[in-house]
Design a protein around this ligand. Structure first.
Ligand code: T46
Length: 147
């Protein structure tokens, strides 16, 4: 498992989950340690997000997550304190893997969008860094320590 202070946006990425296509519709499977590199301990989902609203605005110290646009679309800005990337999720057979130590913001939710989140740990508020300045400082201090 990657250490939060050493992670970069390049440790995150979109995983193609695949789909079982039938005339009656599609089905996508996610399996622990096969499709994703962690064991799912918690699932939650964001929905009914009003137009123009954003979610996230924090980083996690230990949590690994897979974000899926189960319906609709939204953009995820991931930020390691040095580099920012914006990823659009708009298909239920793609998931964005986010490792610990990455600031994220979810924006541009389409009407009716659902963000399904598979998470590696139970809910723990102590795992959150909700102050961007503290996040930047901790990442910077680690970079300086490594050099
Ligand atoms: C993330 C993004 C994508 C709980 O009680 N249990 C839970 O498991 C979660 C996730 C949240 N909560 C409570 C804590 C807050 O009172 O639900 C409320 C809203 O949580 P938060 O403000 O953290 O919501 P988001 O949308 O900003 O962030 C959530 C996740 O917390 C976070 O891990 O990456 O979705």
């Amino acid at each position: 498992m990657i250490e939060a202070f050493k992670s970069t946006v390049y440790n995150c990425g979109v995983i193609e989950l695949g789909k079982h296509h039938r005339e009656q519709g599609n089905l996508t499977v996610v399996e622990n340690n096969i499709t994703i590199p962690f064991e799912v301990k918690r699932i939650y989902y964001l929905y009914d997000v009003p137009g123009g609203e954003s979610r996230g605005g924090h980083a996690h110290k230990e949590l690994h997550q897979l974000l899926i646009a189960a319906g609709g679309s939204f953009d995820v800005i991931i930020d390691d304190g040095n580099v920012k990337r914006t990823i659009t999720l708009n298909r239920p057979y793609y998931g964005l893997l986010i490792v610990p130590g990455i600031w994220r913001e979810l924006i541009n939710f389409s009407s009716g969008a659902t963000c399904l989140v598979l998470a590696s740990e139970k809910y723990d508020e102590a795992d959150y860094i909700r102050d961007y300045d503290i996040f930047k400082l901790e990442k910077l201090q680690n970079r300086l320590a490594v050099v």
